[in-house]
Design a protein around this ligand. Structure first.
Ligand SMILES: Cc1ncc(C[n+]2csc(CCOP(=O)(O)OP(=O)(O)O)c2C)c(N)n1
Ligand SMILES: [Mg+2]
Length: 704
């Protein structure tokens, strides 16, 4: 007998199981022990994650993929705060999710109890519905309501706050009744009115340039095959909503690409050109609608959605709104269309225009054509290789960041349910989502696309993957920076504050968590590494070294530096006395460098006389303001493959050794009393070599 037998905690677990919840992700807390015990007893798989945000992303991905809500169970204010990013993501993605937070004991509420917060007031706004339960008798009704709200209408996250002492109480006497029927399949709205369906068909077919913008509602209602047939019958092309590229087979002649960030350049103009638009199972968020510019002013549009929109800001109300799930609508539309006769002349005009649109789209969607022979991988070629090598049922997950632009434009997806991306743009999603996908579909390959910034936020979930038997292949596009934000800074002429990161040996990190890790530094090395990873029984991280000149799929910038080299494991240095407090040196203005003609040309420039850096007798770094071991020193540690010893300073290379680096600049460091001067070029976009010299003291290194 389990310890939770007969308790309210067990009652909650049984209700979740009866409703079709099969998995619960958690970081455990002492505030919900009977529930934790009850979940296992009720046959729900409990997966412990390393962070509640990741647990929430796992639950979100599970819900998106399967259509069934997962539970995510967290503790009090601290756990719920960590979870909140996933509540926001699940809401943005319209994913059903049952979040349960263990709350402080009822007698302690409102008295600054340990880890207390008003969870409903603070986090409920991120959810479709949130409630704190104050007595056991209220449990059945609240669970009923939570399940209903999560899964009907526009699906989304719900939050139940359950006081710890309540979970220990005996279960409700009559057992209560918890509705189950609403959660066992994809959400459905009432049968659509055939007259309204006919009007929508007229709206589309009377137009010259109609388009369907299809979103997650099509995926959730498993309507892709029906949509393909409907689009073919009506000869209306389809654009996928942002981060829903799997909604329609990408190799189909009627597919015209995905909207949103890094859309192929034909997509937005084509949407604006549409004189009639069917928005199907899509919420028309800012990104999918290119800043609410779609539907274009004056376009006639129909919104078919479980909860269709009214007028919103600058977007006029739909010409026709129909509350329906996508599949029911499309099936009805096919039925109606099957009995009708289409005007041959306008049909032929549309066909010709569609064919031209498709050719135009195919011409601009390629991402692998730019010349490149290193250093590092060509991100577009990586994506093209994925298109060639991944089995069609592979599930691809993505994190937020510019690295994803190549896949957004160039990845070929052929089947529904093969792509998971957060429309909330939440970093840290990619790996946890891949873990959840691999657990939900153990037989399918799963590939996570992540940046080095995003992976840093959830990398510990590699251990979760290993422990739980998930086998994602993680592709980390490493430019050693928050590249997206750096791009924004550059484009606004702002200095690069807080956007450069240090080097990480992601392969070693992966191995440390029990996964496999492989460093990939060239295009040639990628394919064999991917094949091996797909065949591996362990989760694998492929550390893709990306030159910083690959700013985005739309921007190659010769002025950006090469990637920061990987750190090398060096002998543990002697402990040194603690260095002075680190100054917060203001970033120096950087000169604009002449862009190079060819990305692969890497001349060694003359060093500029731009900065002066002094090295004191004590071997401390100093920049020209006399600040010790400031940004310059830390940068140098990175650029020189150095690992800072505990006491400050840096462990360097041998005298006479040639070092190279890029982007960042001069330093010196002490080793066993020696002063060794490195001068690395400041000119962006150029790799600079310098031979290590013994420095005189005091040293003033003028750049040049
Ligand atoms: C949780 C979260 N924090 C911050 C941001 C803002 N943000 C968007 S992209 C980005 C940088 C991503 O860096 P990385 O993962 O390395 O990808 P890159 O842009 O370098 O390709 C940041 C900080 C975000 N989207 N999500
Ligand atoms: Mg990055």
């Amino acid at each position: 007998m389990s310890g939770s037998e007969g308790t309210a905690g067990r009652f909650v677990a049984d209700a979740l199981a009866a409703a079709g919840v099969r998995v619960a992700f958690t970081v455990p807390g002492e505030s919900f022990l009977p529930l934790l015990d009850g979940l296992t007893a009720a046959g729900i798989r409990v997966v412990a994650a390393r962070h509640e945000g990741a647990a929430g992303f796992m639950a979100t991905a599970h819900g998106a993929l399967t259509g069934r809500p997962a539970a995510v169970i967290v503790t009090r204010a601290v756990g719920t705060a960590n979870l909140s990013i996933a509540l926001h993501a699940a809401h943005a993605d319209s994913v059903p999710l049952i979040a349960i937070a263990g709350q402080v004991d009822r007698p302690a509420r409102g008295r600054e109890a340990f880890q207390e917060a008003d969870l409903v007031a603070v986090f409920g706004g991120l959810c479709r519905w949130a409630r704190e339960i104050r007595d056991v008798a209220g449990l059945p009704g609240a669970l009923d309501e939570a399940l209903r709200r999560a899964t009907t209408g526009r699906p989304g996250p719900v939050l139940l706050s359950l006081p710890e002492d309540l979970l220990d109480e005996p279960a409700p006497v009559d057992g209560g009744r918890v509705a189950t029927s609403t959660v066992l399949g994809p959400p459905r709205a009432p049968e659509p009115d055939p007259t309204t369906v006919r009007r929508i068909l007229h709206l589309l077919l009377d137009a010259e340039r109609p388009v369907i913008l299809a979103g997650a509602g099509v995926l959730r209602s498993r309507a892709t095959a029906d949509l393909v047939r409907f689009a073919e019958m009506a000869d209306v092309p389809v654009v996928a909503a942002w981060r829903r590229p799997d909604v329609f087979p990408n190799d189909h002649a009627l597919y015209l690409g995905m909207s949103g960030y890094f859309a192929a350049p034909t997509v937005h103009p084509r949407l604006l050109e549409a004189d009639a638009l069917l928005v199907l199972g899509c919420r028309l968020n800012e990104v999918a609608s290119h800043g609410w510019s779609v539907p274009a002013p004056g376009a006639r549009w129909a919104h078919v959605d479980l909860e269709p929109l009214g007028a919103r800001g600058s977007v006029a109300a739909p010409t026709i709104a129909l509350a329906s799930d996508a599949r029911t609508f499309v099936r009805e539309a096919r039925r109606v269309l099957g009995g009708g006769v289409l005007a041959m002349e306008s049909l032929q005009r549309r066909r010709d225009a569609n064919a031209a649109d498709r050719v135009a789209y195919e011409t601009v969607r390629a991402v692998d054509s730019a010349p490149w022979d290193g250093p590092g991988v060509h991100p577009g070629r990586v994506v093209a290789a994925l298109g060639r090598l991944l089995p069609p049922d592979t599930i691809v997950t993505t994190d937020a960041g510019h690295f994803g632009g190549w896949a957004a434009r160039g990845l070929w997806l052929r089947r529904p349910g093969t792509y998971l991306g957060p429309t909330a743009g939440a970093m840290g999603y990619g790996l946890p989502a891949a873990v959840a996908a691999s657990l939900a579909s153990p037989g399918r390959p799963v590939v996570a696309l992540v940046g080095d910034g995003g992976l840093g936020m959830s990398v510990a979930e590699l251990e979760t993957a290993v422990r739980e038997g998930a086998r994602p292949v993680v592709l980390v596009f490493d430019n050693a920076r928050y590249g997206t934000i750096r791009d924004h800074q550059d484009r606004r002429g702002m200095p690069p504050v807080a956007t450069d990161l240090g080097p990480v040996d992601w392969a070693a990190v992966a191995e440390g968590f029990g996964a496999a890790g492989v460093r990939v530094e060239s295009d040639d090395a990628f394919e064999p590494a991917l094949r091996a990873a797909l065949g591996s029984r362990r989760p694998t991280v492929l550390h893709l070294v990306v030159d910083r000149r690959w700013v985005s799929v739309d921007r190659f910038d010769d002025e950006q530096g090469a990637p920061v080299p990987a750190p090398e494991v060096e002998a543990e240095p002697e402990a040194e006395p603690e260095a002075e407090a680190e100054p917060t040196a203001a970033p120096e203005a950087e000169p604009e460098a002449e862009p190079e003609a060819e990305p692969e040309a890497e001349p060694v420039p003359a060093l500029e006389a731009e900065h002066q850096h002094q090295v004191s007798k004590h071997g401390r770094f100093a920049n020209r303001r006399g600040q010790q071991r400031g940004a310059c020193g830390r940068v140098a540690e990175r650029a020189l493959h150095c690992r800072p010893p505990r006491g400050g300073g840096a462990v360097g290379r041998e005298l006479g050794e040639t070092v190279f680096g890029g982007y960042e600049d001069v330093c010196a460091d002490p080793v066993a009393g020696d002063l060794r001067l490195y001068s690395l070029g400041k000119q962006r976009g150029q790799i600079v070599e310098q031979t290590i010299q013994r420095a005189e003291e005091p040293v003033t290194s003028e750049r040049g």
